[in-house]
Design a protein around this ligand. Structure first.
Ligand code: PMP
Length: 428
């Protein structure tokens, strides 16, 4: 077992000034398990105790090329020379917008934000401004950021799987106003009849449907392409703006994102994470007639929007993703890793399956991945969670509690794969 003595000592100190000793609730892994990072390089990170890890969390996806990528960091340094933010535009915004439009057919016009949360908030406001309606639909299990309207979830813990009903909708956090319930509707994934019925009854109130075809916060459980296409058709039929949230999948699973893999075009789509290899920038893009509402009644802005450093990093990252085989390298690595895992598991007769995409794949110890959030929440993950703990001791970092998929970056190399599969075999 690896020593976390320095991380543990730092945790006790940090706790005196930071709630849970960290800057995000999700970075707290328990009193003696919370890890503090000294640095990251390529596909690996090192903690305060100098334990090295092949990292498959990658900051929840951003480090698509690897940590401290010299090409992106050099561009960011040049971005620093530009001077920061000006309360005015720069030429580089147009460059990034053109590239996004080339890569993603739905992205006719583009606006930038600082985080995925902000981009989705702006998308929802825009859809409401465009339709004049206030309600919205989210898919059960979807995560769209840390704003009140998105922080609702299904109360699977107090639901009887044998019943014909769906779990109740509950706030995900204290502090989310109960009054928000009047505007939100939840739909189960892969059930087009349910959505059609909801639209039939309520579409006059519904501005937008928000969906993540690969649910990045449920170990990459994935909507059937037929379902996604049915959602597209129903949104068209009932005048609902389809927002595809590609904050995790965008510029990762394909140059054109999950939309291109599933053969659908969103009305609005949101990006962040992989678009700048970890620098803080996000984008909202979509149909020209909807996007032009910005400045014609719909508010959008932000002091730090399109900061010169983040924008330079985005331009370089997107250039690499569009013009080099980085995404093929990433998917190839992911596939080889999954095949290696399968060999190890099959030799022991352990039933398993993968979800999502090789660049952000979920691993399940079941014949098939869960079909929806309810299946996912009611599955037994004790084997996975125990394995993940052992893997950490072998120097391989995946999400400890089977919530997030395994993110792959361009810098994961043969050495990483070897460490991973050897560690996986011992952990299993
Ligand atoms: N949408 C999706 C699909 C996400 O995965 C996330 C972040 N995990 C967000 C929105 C929010 O992005 P951010 O954390 O940058 O605010």
């Amino acid at each position: 077992k690896r020593s976390l003595a320095k991380s543990n000592a730092h945790f006790r100190k940090a706790l005196t000034r930071l709630p849970l000793g960290v800057a995000s609730n999700f970075r707290y892994w328990g009193e003696d398990k919370t890890i503090y990072v000294k640095r990251g390089k390529g596909g690996r990170i090192w903690d305060l105790d100098d334990n090295g890890y092949v990292d498959y969390r990658l900051g929840y996806g951003p480090a698509i090329l690897g940590y401290a990528d010299p090409r992106v960091d050099e561009a960011a340094r040049q971005g620093m020379e530009v001077g920061g933010v000006f309360a005015l535009g720069t030429e580089r915004e147009y460059e990034a917008a053109c590239r996004i439009s080339r890569m993603v057919p739905a992205a006719e016009l583009v606006r930038f934000s600082n985080s995925g949360t902000e981009a989705v908030m702006a998308a929802l406001r825009l859809a409401r401004g465009y339709t004049g309606r206030s309600g919205y639909v989210i898919l059960e299990g979807g995560y769209h950021g840390l704003f009140d309207a998105a922080l609702w979830t299904s109360d699977v813990d107090n639901w009887d799987p044998g019943s014909k009903t769906y779990p109740a909708l509950i706030p995900y956090s204290q502090g989310v106003p109960e009054i928000g319930r009047q505007l939100i509707h939840q739909a189960p994934m892969n059930d087009a009849d349910y959505l059609e019925d909801l639209f039939k009854r309520r579409s006059g109130e519904i501005a937008a449907m928000l969906m993540e075809p690969i649910q990045g916060n449920c170990c990459a459980i994935t909507a059937d392409p037929d379902y996604v296409r049915a959602v597209r058709r129903l949104c068209d039929q009932y005048g609902v703006v389809l927002i595809i949230d590609e904050v995790k999948s965008g510029f990762r699973v394909a140059r054109g994102g999950i939309q291109s893999l599933m053969g659908v075009k969103a009305d609005l789509c949101t990006f962040a994470k992989a678009m700048a290899n970890g620098y803080q920038i996000a984008a909202l893009a979509g149909r020209e007639d909807i996007m032009r509402r910005f400045g014609r009644g719909v508010a959008h802005g932000g002091t730090y929007t399109a900061h010169s450093v983040a924008l330079a990093a985005a331009n370089k990252t997107l250039e690499i993703l569009e013009e080099t085989p980085a995404l093929e390298t990433i998917a190839g690595y992911g596939l080889r890793m999954q095949k290696g895992m399968s060999r190890i598991l099959e030799a022991r007769g352990i039933v398993h399956s993968f979800s999502g995409h090789p660049s952000m794949g979920g691993l399940f110890f079941a014949e098939k991945p869960p079909r929806n959030y309810r299946d996912w929440k009611t599955s037994d993950y004790s084997f996975y969670d125990a394995m993940a703990q052992h893997l950490h001791d072998q120097g391989v970092l995946c999400e400890p509690d089977s919530r997030e998929p395994w993110f792959v970056c361009e810098a994961h190399d043969e050495g990483c794969l070897e460490t991973t599969l050897a560690g996986f075999e011992r952990a299993v």
